[in-house]
Design a protein around this ligand. Structure first.
Ligand SMILES: C[S@@+](CC[C@H](N)C(=O)[O-])C[C@H]1O[C@@H](n2cnc3c(N)ncnc32)[C@H](O)[C@@H]1O
Length: 207
């Protein structure tokens, strides 16, 4: 008789964003965005992983009682090895799902009760950007691959989609850990700067 297989941590059902694996911890910035933009706005998060930051944002929006659309974009295939130590942080989730963690991400959104608040696009950042009209988005937050070329391409693709007065922002704005992020932001958007610690933000000039 074979021994019963061990439960995998990813098997645990999730009911709260705090229980979703991830690195998100900048909730005050989400609260600022929801308080700042009008009902009827649309927000996009590029790079959602298992939905930790996405479900937190959904909770902030739902708690506000305001109608704000939220779109999460992810290939669900992970970023691969990256950073100074070339860590493949999403690899276990990709492997768990047989090459994609789309099922886990969707399951977490359903488990937290945000299926009606969040729309998911399982595709790459640049293809997703093409689905939106110029000046149509209030806030786009970029948290996909963190190398220079990827961040530069993401900024080039999404900046035109942000409405005048809207925000383009991103995660891991840290010169030592993620120099490619800092360099790409500086080269692409010289008037962007640090927002909350570890986040950058650019406010699109009003037309
Ligand atoms: C740092 S994680 C996102 C973490 C998430 N925002 C959170 O705080 O919970 C980066 C994510 O970007 C995704 N990703 C990497 N390259 C991408 C691309 N070109 N387009 C869309 N998603 C991408 C990876 O699959 C991974 O899930």
């Amino acid at each position: 008789m074979s021994a019963p297989s061990q439960a995998h941590p990813f098997d645990n059902p999730v009911r709260r964003w705090e229980d979703i694996p991830g690195w998100f911890g900048w909730r005050a910035a989400q609260e600022e965005a929801v308080a700042h933009f009008a009902a009827g706005s649309r927000f996009v998060e590029v790079g959602s992983y298992l939905g930790r930051s996405l479900c937190s944002l959904a909770e902030v929006v739902q708690t506000s009682g305001r109608s704000i659309a939220i779109v999460g974009v992810d290939t669900c295939q992970g970023s691969g090895p990256e950073g100074n130590q070339q860590i493949n942080a999403h690899g276990p989730a990709v492997e768990y799902g047989g090459g994609t963690f789309a099922g886990l991400l969707h399951r977490n959104i359903l488990g937290c009760g945000y299926a009606d608040v969040v729309q998911l696009l399982i595709t790459d950042s640049l293809s997703a950007a093409e689905l939106f009209g110029d000046h149509s988005l209030a806030w786009v937050h970029i948290d996909a691959r963190h190398d220079y070329d990827s961040v530069k391409a993401d900024i080039a693709a999404w900046a035109p989609k942000v409405m005048p007065g809207g925000w383009l922002s991103g995660d891991d704005y840290h010169p030592q850990w993620w120099p490619g992020v800092v360099a790409a932001v500086g080269d692409s958007l010289p008037d962007a700067g640090e927002w909350t610690p570890g986040q950058w933000r650019w406010v699109k000039p009003a037309a």
